[in-house]
Each structure stands twice: as C-alpha cells, then as structure tokens.
Design a protein around this ligand. Structure first.
Ligand code: BT5
Length: 259
C-alpha cells in the first residue's frame, strides 16, 4: 500500500483528494485538521499504521503496520443531508456490511458503530464533527477494519472479542481493493441515506434483533430491554418488560445471556 497504488485503485471514484501516510497518529486527527481547512467533499486520509488511533470516548484503536485498513473520509454535508447527520454512522456501517457481504460473509451491525463477524468485532467506526458556529461544516467518518490476523489486539485490552477478515476467509483480502469496494458502497448508498428504506436496511443488518441487551451509557448508567429496531434518527429502539419503547441515543450494547 502506498500513495501511487491507492491513487491508481481509486482513480475512477468521485473523491476529493487522497492523502496517504506510512505511519500516522490518527487518520481522524489529520482529517479533522484538513476539514477545518480546505478539504473537498469525499477527501480521504489513509494510513498503513496508526500509532494513536482512537475509538469513541478516546478509547484506543489498534492499527499495527500493514495489517489493517485505517482511513477517514471527510464529508461536506449538503443542506438536504444536514438534518440527517445522525444517520451517517449507519451509512458507514451499511457500506462495510455490504462490502463484507460481497466477500461471502454474513456481517452484523452492533449498534451503533461496530461490525461483527461470527459475533466478533471486525471493524469500528468513529464519527466526528467540525463545526462552523452553530452549523456542522464537515463530518469525519473514521473507519478501521481488521484485515490480516496481526491486526487483532490481544484479548487483555479488548472490551469485546475481536477478529480479522483473514481469520474468517482463510486469507487476507487485498487492502486496496477492499478500500475501493467499501468506498463504492458508501458513495452509492449516500443518496439514499434520507429515505425510510435506508432505516429498514440498517435495521435488517442489526445484531441482537429480538434479543435482550444491556446498553451501558456511562460508569453507572445502563438500560435493559429487547432490541426491536431503530428510530428514524438512527437511535436504537428497545422495548422494556412492559412493552414500552425506549429510544437509546448512545452507549455500548451487550447481549444479556443470563436474563
Ligand atoms: C470504535 O470505537 O470502534 C471506533 C474505531 C474507529 C477506528 C478508526 S481507524 C481510522 C480512524 N482514525 C482513528 O483514530 N479512528 C478511526 P469503540 O466502539 O469505542 O471501540 C474501541 C474499543 O475497541 C477499544 O476500547 C478496544 O477495546 C477495542 N479495539 C481496539 N482496537 C481494536 C481492533 N483493532 N479490533 C477490535 N477491537 C479493537
């Protein structure tokens, strides 16, 4: 993977510009700085290694050299997209799920930002916003995919079991081609993001549908309920014991095995 091979592979996609790094702290940090400057819509930062990759709430995201995909896409949302920014995490998740599906796999979306294969996390998404006063100017969509086995961190530092595409496929797919495929899905799904059918497709791919889960929203705040779908803003819809619907806007979802 290098700047030339990526430029070549992505040449027929309608991207802004492409910045490749052999090693970087976090592609999201680079993308946020670029977005605050002059980055065009669909510009992309990609790295062969991240030394301080981030997850949500500043949790670490591991990207050892030459084993993973780590990239950040900069979006300049249109006026029509702006009321639906909370759906962008679903857009990224569905693009990943579509792309893994084309590899013959059966991915599930663990709401809000994880992609699972065989119940293990293979990819994560980090959405960050760049504001201009009261208005969102840019959205940075950070995506990390475990491609080769070496990308999977040791279990002691994991909050949730992890896996790579190589573990499931028997060999690691070509990272440039995979990137092309994910971006192609993302670009073709984007115009549909505002539709009701988009929420339906997102719902269909949800992990734990109909199962009882616990959603942790902080140190000592949690909600328990059965996953019944998504709200139109992409919040998770649970139903409690009395059948009352509870919308959940953020948190970490865990299956309740011993309810
Ligand atoms: C995420 O956060 O899953 C978002 C990950 C986004 C990473 C991309 S890579 C490109 C871009 N640049 C960045 O700096 N970030 C984005 P969250 O749901 O909070 O999960 C974080 C947790 O995942 C950590 O606390 C670890 O337990 C676990 N983890 C870390 N590295 C992992 C890996 N490679 N595979 C699976 N789990 C991992």
């Amino acid at each position: 993977m290098n700047q030339q091979s990526i430029n070549r592979t992505l040449s027929n996609l309608p991207l802004g510009a492409i910045r490749y790094f052999d090693s970087i702290g976090s592609t999201n940090d680079e993308a946020l700085a670029w977005a605050a400057n002059d980055a065009k819509d669909l510009s992309i930062v990609i790295a062969n290694e991240q030394t301080s990759g981030r997850g949500r709430l500043d949790r670490p995201w591991f990207t050892p050299p030459s084993t993973a995909l780590a990239f950040s896409l900069i979006l300049r949302p249109t006026a029509e997209e702006k009321p639906h920014l909370s759906r962008i995490v679903g857009l990224a998740a569905l693009a990943l799920a579509d792309s893994f599906g084309r590899l013959g796999l059966a991915p599930e979306i663990k709401w809000p930002n994880d992609i699972l294969l065989n119940g293990h996390k293979v990819a994560g998404i980090l959405i960050e916003l760049v504001w201009s006063g009261e208005d969102v100017d840019c959205v940075v969509v950070g995506i990390g995919v475990n491609v080769a086995k070496g990308s999977v961190p040791t279990t002691d530092i994991l909050r949730f079991p992890a896996i790579s595409l190589e573990h499931v496929l028997g060999e690691a797919p070509d990272r440039n081609k995979l990137l092309y495929d994910i971006l192609t899905s993302f670009i073709s799904l984007r115009p549909h993001m505002r539709s009701d059918s988009f929420i339906k497709s997102w719902e269909k791919s949800l992990a734990y549908l109909g199962r009882e889960v616990r959603v942790e929203m902080g140190e000592d705040q949690a909600v328990i309920g059965k996953v019944i779908g998504l709200e139109s803003d992409g919040s998770l819809k649970l139903s409690d014991e009395s059948g009352q619907s509870i919308p959940v806007r953020f948190g970490d979802v865990r299956l309740r095995l011993f309810a």
